[in-house]
Structures are given as C-alpha cells and as structure tokens.
Ligand binder design. Structure first.
Ligand SMILES: O=C(O)c1cccc(C(=O)CC[C@H]2O[C@@H](n3cnc4c(=O)[nH]cnc43)[C@H](O)[C@@H]2O)c1
Length: 227
C-alpha cells in the first residue's frame, strides 16, 4: 500500500485575483490547495483534470477528497445582489444543448447526457449556514455555467425562467465539476456576486466587493470542513 498523504481539498479559481482572495480567506489553512483554472468551462475542466491526474488521484481515493469551483459571478435579480454569496445546490451547464425553433433544447433533451451535476449537498448546506451565522448575505441554489457572459435582459429573463431558483451564473463551475465527477470526487461551487446578470454594464461591476466577499466566504471553510 503506497503512502497516501492526508487528502486535501482542491480549490479552483479562474484568475489570480480570485486565487489571492481565497488564500487570504484561508489564512494559512494547510488542508487546501488553490490552483488556477483559467476562464471558461473548457479551460477549467482541463486544468482541474490535469491537477487531479498529476496527483495520481485514484478511483479509490488519493490526494484530494473534495473539489471546489469558486470565484466571482453574476447574480440573478431578486435573488443574489452585488456583494452577496451564492452556494451551489446544483451546478448546471446552462448553454449546453441546441437552439431550436421551439427554443433551447438541453443536452439531456438531445439524449447526450446531463447538464446537471450534483454537489456535496450536506457540505454545501453547512457552508451556507455558516455564512448566514456570520451575517453574510447568501443564497443556496443552482449556479449556472455559461460560455458567454449574459449581456441582455432577454437572455437573463430566459435563463431565470428556464432554471428557476438559480442564484448566479459564471463560466467555470461545470467544467471543474465534470473533471471532479470523472475522478469520483465530490464538488462544491461558490460565487461572490460582482454584477447583476443582464445588459452589459462593465463599469458597474464591483469586482473588489466580490473579491472581499469571496475572502470572507473562504474564511469560514476550515470550520465547515472540520465540523
Ligand atoms: O464584458 C466585459 O467587458 C468584461 C469585463 C471584465 C470581465 C469580464 C468577464 O467576462 C469576466 C468573466 C469571469 O468572471 C466570472 N463572471 C463574473 N460575472 C459573470 C457573469 O455575469 N457571467 C458569467 N461569468 C461571470 C466568470 O466566471 C469568469 O471567470 C467581462
């Protein structure tokens, strides 16, 4: 039996600014590694799979016991305001499918698998509870993954109707989650809201506020993981 180091959690962020916010929040916690996924689902899936493969992650366990996709994201109106947090109850590839005369058909409707990946639900609930106890604004609901940042009110409305209860959209979660799924590792996603989903108003993005919220959320992780 080869030596297996105590399993850690693998946290994937798209960019360095998010990675640094997570590290600040973790405050030297040694049970996690924070690695870069790049922007978008393809890069995130490849980067996550590469980390897991290099670590020799075996089907019966290995270097990592949990994978997280965390970062900034867009919030759905009336559910997740700028500066708040969304903990995923489910990770959904919201644009994986086909455009049809009758509207969008998801990959599941096309018969090619599922656009939904379940999360480690008890951990997700514990994290959301810990954030509420810290009086941080948090929504616990589906997080959408898209390859394109929503830029119109029409698309925002369409997504809200198609995925009721969804709190946020981002671009990496499903990629990270699919890599974790293929290695048999549970997954979580958290987004700190930098902008409202809808008409593109880049100058209204509050990335600094979102990074601060991300740091606060990750500061609660060690206690959540050890409880
Ligand atoms: O539209 C722009 O000019 C623009 C300016 C700065 C950043 C972007 C991005 O596309 C950032 C994508 C990056 O941030 C996450 N993110 C944050 N908010 C959203 C959103 O509303 N929808 C999708 N992704 C979002 C995402 O996960 C990426 O890592 C654009």
């Amino acid at each position: 039996m080869s030596y297996r180091p105590h399993p850690k959690i693998l946290i994937m962020t798209a960019v360095e600014a998010e990675q640094q916010a997570v590290l600040r929040g973790l405050g030297g916690y040694e049970g996690a590694e924070v690695r870069l996924a790049g922007v978008g689902p393809a890069s995130a899936a490849a980067a996550t799979a590469a980390v897991l493969a290099r670590a020799g992650q075996a089907a019966d366990g290995g270097a990592y016991s949990l994978v997280l996709s965390v970062g900034i994201g867009g919030g759905f109106a009336g559910i997740a305001s700028v500066g708040s947090l969304v903990v995923a109850s489910e990770i959904i590839a919201a644009d994986l499918g086909a455009e049809t005369p009758d509207g969008f058909a998801g990959v599941d409707e096309l018969g090619f698998g599922s656009p939904r990946i379940a999360v480690a639900d008890e951990l997700a609930a514990r994290w959301a509870d810990a954030l509420r106890e810290a009086e941080l604004p948090v929504h616990h609901g589906p997080i959408l993954t898209l390859s394109t940042v929503t830029g119109t009110a029409e698309t925002a409305q369409s997504l809200a109707e198609r995925y009721p209860g969804a709190g946020a959209e981002a671009m990496e979660g499903f990629g990270v989650a699919e890599a974790a799924r293929q290695f048999g590792i549970p997954v979580l996603e958290l987004r700190a809201i930098s902008n409202a989903i809808g008409p593109r108003q880049r100058d209204l993005w509050k990335i600094g506020d979102a990074l601060q919220a991300l740091e606060q959320a990750c500061a609660k992780l060690p206690e959540v993981l050890q409880s």
